[in-house]
Design a protein around this ligand. Structure first.
Ligand SMILES: Nc1nc2c(c(=O)[nH]1)N[C@H]1C(S)=C(S)[C@@H](COP(=O)(O)OP(=O)(O)OC[C@H]3O[C@@H](n4cnc5c(=O)[nH]c(N)nc54)[C@H](O)[C@@H]3O)O[C@H]1N2
Ligand SMILES: Nc1nc2c(c(=O)[nH]1)N[C@H]1C(S)=C(S)[C@@H](COP(=O)(O)OP(=O)(O)OC[C@H]3O[C@@H](n4cnc5c(=O)[nH]c(N)nc54)[C@H](O)[C@@H]3O)O[C@H]1N2
Ligand SMILES: [Mo]
Length: 764
């Protein structure tokens, strides 16, 4: 009897021997170089490592599959755009080891599911297509043609195309993503959930409504020229390390940095640039001029407190707001101001958990400067009131006229390296009608105008057996989504689950009746097709589209590209019905780009512009004060204070990334910048909260969340006393995704509220 999907979805509850040290006050520096070199030596062959390090994020090289931080337009360091975690991302993909038929014959699905995520990831690169037949206990090899036919047969026997779900993670290139959504739409559904639904969807919703574009407005150059940069709800030293170089440059030009975070993250405090040998010796730059230790989800309250004081100053002294900008470019000022007046400053400050002294420092910086940039990431987007968080920040920028001018604006720092590009080219369950019309005009079929399933809707649909085929283009759905146990049952209900992947992950083990693993080329690998080695393209966090071309030989001859996978499946599924010559695209990706330029705004002359060494900028209305909103202006918004309250003994928990992981891929078991070694099953707690509960350092505890009467549990974590505000705690994602309720998500955006999970901690 094999184990249930729920059993297989859980991360094993075993400890790996926790050691703790005092967290360092500095990030990057020698430690980062040492860690990166060590990682490369362990997992890659040295010649490949050398080739890669010369080409990573260089003009004409390939785009790092790590984060979406942009590369400088001008000079790039000859050392490589060095970043410890970029190197780790690379080493993870360009591993020496491969796994195929022999490996899967040796290890049953049940056995693999009992491994930790770290062990699963370290097994090696997937090297040939594999199939798990109905009732099977192990994956068996399958040919590409048979795999395509199997997908086609399942899709074509559905009662409606809406019974299939097509997920995308954010590494897929523009070319593969465009073809993928085109196939899905021609097949007849808009069920295109993506990782963005769990990531920056709230930013997209808030920014589209207020500024008319779901992306940020600034460039790297703006960051260098800003007077104040607020980094809120983001941990750049780990997740966007090259951003620290930009912040350092901003400071060298006289800019000030405000960091707002419940944790004193090392990189926010101090940074040693690895490209600057002098700094390596002298100890680096102090990054944050003001550090604000905010309560989890205290951000709306804190920003409101700032807005109230700014308004007071404007009314009594004047000269604080950019009146001309407000008059000419904005809408909704009066309503916003009259709502603001109903709030009390002291109440707001109290809710934020910030002291008056620290508040005053932030206030003075905002008051006295007009070139302000606000950078944020998951610390703001993964709450029920996430959209309010971001709209409130926009209110602040609008009052100061700090948008659409040099050194000022919005900077949602994106996650996956091409998550922004995927959305631009049509990975969207609720794509705008104008885009669908262009598809119809170009290809002659009518795409579904129904609102498709987002991630949360897709899980529910599979659970309720309204969806029967799950197809994942990259990613690790079961580990990334909330409510792991519910989601496992949902996937288990499917007739077929399919994953296009580079590496083995838990999603391959939590399957429907039948399952396929379709292994594909990674970014670093050469993509040989009929017309030669192919170039692809990606869009970074600042809306720059650039080319990416692999440099290594593929790790297995059986691998095909994501583009080829899509073409193969589309051809098999839509045979006889399609209006599109699907197989032509895989021979020459220029043809895909020719299509993209006809359908998506801003891509004219795509093929020739892609040859520019630094790529090209997409149009961005907010950057030039053209606000494409319903009112034609930048909109002020009215946002309530969040209403959650903790009952006695409850804590609010954020699920965060360690320094040694890329989302669900676990590079290692350390979290060096937080002083954690060799363990992931920990809960960071305020020492007073530990005392109240009678908990000791390293005591074993169980965590429980209760939401709408449903109790969810995660067992076996060790308590670590830490500098986190009272009533707050932190654990690592994905180990605690079992505790995140499916129905706790951001209004409007449906982003799971995985940074505000209310839990209790009990001794084991
Ligand atoms: N090396 C590496 N790089 C990555 C990733 C990775 O896993 N590893 N993931 C990529 C992806 S997909 C993404 S989306 C980004 C994620 O990048 P981040 O958003 O930086 O990642 P998280 O670890 O989720 O960190 C959230 C930060 O917000 C803080 N925070 C949590 N709750 C709150 C709150 O209520 N208010 C405030 N002000 N702060 C809060 C946390 O203390 C933490 O510092 O990174 C991308 N880059
Ligand atoms: N509790 C909690 N949950 C979260 C978050 C959180 O902060 N807390 N963060 C959320 C966020 S921001 C995100 S973006 C999601 C991430 O969700 P996903 O994007 O679904 O997860 P990843 O871990 O990035 O996916 C890793 C897998 O992608 C595959 N892969 C890697 N490179 C490639 C490639 O080039 N092509 C293909 N086809 N496959 C590839 C590998 O097989 C690898 O195992 O998780 C979300 N979940
Ligand atoms: Mo993300």
């Amino acid at each position: 009897m094999s184990s249930t999907p729920q059993d297989k979805a859980k991360t094993p509850e075993v400890f790996t021997n926790l050691k703790t040290k005092t967290p360092p006050s500095n990030s990057v520096g020698f430690g980062a170089i040492k860690a990166a070199v060590g990682h490369v030596a362990k997992y890659m062959n040295p010649a490949d490592a050398f080739k890669i390090s010369l080409k990573l994020n260089q003009k004409g090289g390939f785009d790092c599959p790590g984060c979406a931080w942009p590369d400088p337009d001008d000079e790039r360091s000859s050392l490589g755009e060095f970043c410890e975690n970029g190197i780790k991302a690379m080493a993870e993909e360009a591993q020496k080891k491969t796994i195929g038929a022999e490996f899967f014959a040796k290890h049953t699905v049940d056995e693999l599911a009992s491994w930790s995520d770290f062990e699963i990831g370290k097994s090696g690169r997937l090297s040939e297509p594999m199939c798990l037949e109905k009732g099977g206990t192990s994956y068996q090899p399958i040919s590409w043609n048979d795999a395509f036919s199997k997908v086609a047969t399942h899709l074509n026997k559905l009662n409606s195309p809406d019974e299939a779900v097509f997920y995308t993670s954010g590494r897929t290139t523009n070319e593969a993503a465009f073809l993928y959504q085109l196939f899905v739409r021609e097949f007849g559904t808009s069920n295109l959930p993506d990782c963005s639904n769990m990531c920056h969807e709230a930013s997209g919703s808030a920014l589209s409504e207020t500024l008319g574009i779901g992306k940020g407005s600034v460039t790297l150059d703006d960051l260098y020229k800003a007077e104040v940069v607020m980094v809120i709800g983001q941990n750049p030293a780990t997740n966007h390390p090259r951003m620290l170089t930009a912040l350092e440059k901003c400071k060298a030009n006289g800019g000030k940095i405000i960091a707002i975070n419940p944790l004193p993250e090392a990189g926010l405090i101090k940074f040693t640039n690895p490209q600057n040998p002098l700094k390596l010796l002298t100890g680096g730059t102090k990054i944050a001029d003001v550090f604000v230790p905010i309560t989890i989800n205290g951000d709306v309250a804190f920003i409101k407190a700032l807005l109230i004081k700014l308004l007071e100053k404007e009314e009594f002294v004047g000269g604080v707001f950019d009146k001309e900008f407000i008059k000419e470019f904005t809408h909704g000022y009066d309503g916003f101001i009259s709502d603001l007046k109903t709030y009390n400053f002291n109440d707001c400050l109290k809710l934020s958990g910030v002291s008056k002294n620290i508040f005053d420092e932030v206030f003075n910086l905002i008051l006295n400067n007009n070139k302000i940039i606000i950078c944020w990431a998951m610390g703001l987007t993964q709450h029920q009131n996430a959209v309010d968080n971001i709209r409130e920040l926009v209110n602040l920028l609008l009052l100061k006229g700090s948008i659409g001018k040099e050194g000022a604006g919005t900077c949602p720092v994106r996650g996956h390296s091409n998550v922004q590009g995927d959305r631009t080219v049509g990975i969207w369950e609720s794509a705008p009608q104008a885009f669908l019309d262009k598809i119809e005009a170009k290809y002659g079929f009518k795409p579904s105008t129904k609102h498709g399933y987002s991630v949360i809707d897709a899980i529910k649909a599979m659970y309720e057996k309204k969806a029967k085929v799950f197809f994942g283009m990259g990613g690790n759905f079961i580990s990334a989504v909330p409510d792991t146990q519910y989601a496992a049952r949902a996937l288990g209900n499917c007739d077929l689950t399919v994953h296009v992947s580079t590496k083995l992950n838990r999603s391959h083990l939590v399957t429907g009746n039948e399952a396929l693993i379709l292994p594909c080329l990674g970014r670093s690998e050469k993509d040989y097709q009929k017309s030669g080695i192919q170039v692809q393209s990606v869009e970074n966090s600042m809306g720059i589209v650039s080319s990416t071309k692999g440099v290594l030989e593929p790790c297995s001859k059986a691998l095909i590209s994501e583009v080829a996978v899509v073409c193969g499946i589309a051809n098999a599924t839509l045979k006889g019905k399609t209006k599109i010559n699907w197989l032509q695209y895989k021979d020459d990706y220029n043809l895909v780009r020719n299509d993209i330029q006809e359908v998506v705004e801003g891509f004219n002359d795509y093929n020739s512009k892609l040859k520019q060494p630094s790529g090209f900028y997409l149009p961005n209305g907010a950057r030039v004060r053209e606000f494409k909103t319903k009112t034609g202006k930048a909109n002020f918004s009215v946002n309530k204070l969040p209403e959650w309250k903790l009952k006695e003994r409850e804590l609010i928990m954020m699920t965060i990334r360690s320094h040694d992981q890329f989302n669900t891929t676990i590079y290692g078991l350390n979290d060096r910048y937080r002083g954690i070694y060799n363990e992931r099953r920990i809960v960071f707690m305020n020492r007073e909260d530990m005392k109240i509960r009678g908990l000791q350092e390293q005591q074993v505890v169980n965590l429980k969340s209760e939401f709408n009467g449903v109790v969810r549990e995660a067992h076996h974590f060790k308590v670590v006393g830490y500098g986190i505000p009272k009533n707050c705690c932190a654990t690592y994602f994905p180990e605690t995704n079992v505790l995140v309720p499916l129905d706790s998500f951001a209004h409007t955006a449906k982003t799971p509220a995985s940074k505000s999970v209310i839990i209790t901690v009990e001794a084991d």
